[in-house]
Design a protein around this ligand. Structure first.
Ligand code: MG
Length: 500
């Protein structure tokens, strides 16, 4: 067993998570069709030649949004491929304005893995036809909720899950919001009519009729919680759809997901994985996400292993020790940590403790079940511990943490931004370094130039990638540059209440 684990650790340390291994759009050898072909984000508008050049892992060209193209709020975007860990860029991105119309929930059922007319309708999902969704057109009146959406996905063990999630997750969010528009208390509908939002000029500002008296107390649920719930359920539905459709499509690997939804004056940042979002406001840094890693989620993982020991396959222990326990240490006392503990205590070592630890390694090298370095994300339903029948998925959760930022509470300047980046950025640059770089860059740009946020994103990617020297990619102070895929959105916050 230990030899097996050891080879698994070696394989994955150098391979799957940050390392090499297979990285095509689908699983190798699979005869199933791809759900979506691999490509770079649609909004980049790359020609086939440009698409091919973007995959040059020697030159590592930085791709940016063309000046002729515009994202909502003049959002900036830049990306670069990895230095050789995979053949394709496994990061994906999406940016869109979506309308969740008032429709019954039955109109957006979860898709099923059959090649039936239902499946045909599901295939229309990327354009939203199947859900009654569409991209908002300026000046068009809409009846429903309009939300702005930005998302980054960081794939591993192939780009399939990241590509699928980048095409579909926003439709799942719209679908879940539709349900809340139709909910029994119609809370979000009221919010729309009271605020005159959702592009409905002249919406009546009459207060909603009072609810009928009840004979029991009921929790007051804020609009904000309904949006958070919609995002949480959308992640769950997206993950379930990937699981179902793996039966009929070739969807490889898994991915982290970081999403930003702007709705009714608030930003909702949902994160499942190790990408990160920060707000830079008047030189202050406001973290908008938390990374989910084996170390940050140790207690949740240990508790799951404790409650359902069969998930550990009789080969792992949920307890944590400062180092691997050796047979000669049985009967001796050693420090350990359980799911109930932040600190450490001593226990007498038993045979049971000789099993491989559920969480092993430190920092970026920490792994769950000797296999994976992130603990939340989408996909990975087939992922098992090397040469075993132990599934990783129950420990890998698709639930996002959603943080809220009220845009209407502050008067934002042109240099106040939200920065979203995959771990390729944050592995080599701290929040402080990113904030200083963005603030300095924007201060030197023409404030009326709407392309300034893309140029700032390009500058950030350049700082994280570095330049190619004799000894690899180097950034300032001869530090190692990021060899990972790097993707960055820079979203100006001043446009939250007015269009550029
Ligand atoms: Mg990455």
């Amino acid at each position: 067993m230990f030899t097996r684990i050891k080879s698994a650790v070696a394989g994955f340390m150098g391979g799957m998570m940050p390392g090499g291994g297979y990285s095509g759009a689908g699983n190798p050898g699979s005869e199933l069709p791809l759900k979506f072909p691999y490509s770079r984000p649609e909004f980049l508008g790359l020609s086939p030649d440009e698409d091919e050049c973007s995959a040059d892992r020697i030159a590592r060209p930085i791709l940016i949004l063309k000046e002729s193209r515009r994202l909502p709020w003049a959002t900036g975007y830049a990306e670069v491929i990895n230095a050789g860990k995979s053949a394709l860029n496994e990061d994906q991105a999406c940016c869109d304005v979506v309308v969740a119309r008032r429709r019954p929930m039955s109109y957006c059922p979860p898709s099923t893995p059959s090649k039936t007319p239902t499946a045909k309708r599901r295939n229309s999902l990327p354009n939203g036809e199947g859900l009654g969704l569409h991209t908002d057109k300026p000046g068009e009146e809409t009846e429903g909720l309009v939300f702005h959406y930005w998302a980054l996905f960081d794939g591993h063990a192939g780009s399939g899950a990241a590509v699928v999630a980048s095409r579909l997750l926003h439709h799942h969010i719209a679908c879940q919001l539709q349900g809340n528009i139709q909910g029994p208390h119609r809370s979000l509908t009221r919010a729309i009519s009271l605020r005159g939002a959702a592009g409905a000029p002249g919406s009546p500002c009459t207060p909603p009729p009072p609810l009928p008296p009840r004979f029991f107390t009921e929790k007051k649920i804020q609009h904000e919680s309904l949006v958070i719930g919609a995002i949480e359920n959308a992640f769950k539905e997206m993950d379930a759809q990937i699981e179902r459709e793996k039966q009929v499509y070739n969807i490889s690997g898994g991915c982290t997901a970081l999403t930003v939804v702007y709705l009714l004056g608030k930003l909702y940042v949902g994160n499942a994985g190790d990408s990160r979002a920060i707000i830079i406001r008047n030189n202050e840094i406001i973290p908008m996400s938390t990374e989910f890693t084996p170390e940050s989620e140790r207690q949740r993982l240990q508790f799951l292993g404790f409650m359902q020991p069969h998930l550990l396959g009789n080969e792992f222990t949920h307890l944590e020790f400062p180092r691997r326990v050796q047979r000669k240490e049985v009967g001796k006392r050693m420090l350990y940590r359980d799911f109930t503990m932040n600190g450490w205590a001593y226990k007498t070592i038993e045979d049971e403790d000789l099993k491989f630890p559920l969480i092993y390694g430190e920092g970026k090298k920490a792994r769950v079940l000797a296999t994976i370095g992130v603990t939340r994300g989408l996909g990975d339903h087939d992922l098992k511990v090397h040469d075993s029948n132990i599934y990783i998925k129950p420990f890998l959760s698709c639930c996002p943490e959603v943080k809220v930022y009220n845009l209407t509470q502050y008067e934002h300047g042109a240099d106040d931004v939200l920065v979203m980046g995959t771990d390729g950025l944050w592995d080599v640059l701290s929040n402080q370094e990113v904030a200083e770089a963005v603030t300095t860059f924007l201060a030197n740009c023409d404030p009326d130039d709407l392309h300034r946020y893309t140029m700032a994103a390009q500058d950030l990617v350049m700082r994280a990638r570095g330049v190619l020297r004799d000894r690899g990619w180097r950034i300032t102070n001869e530090r190692l540059g990021s060899g990972d895929d790097i993707s960055v959105f820079i979203i100006p916050l001043m446009y939250g209440n007015r269009q550029p």
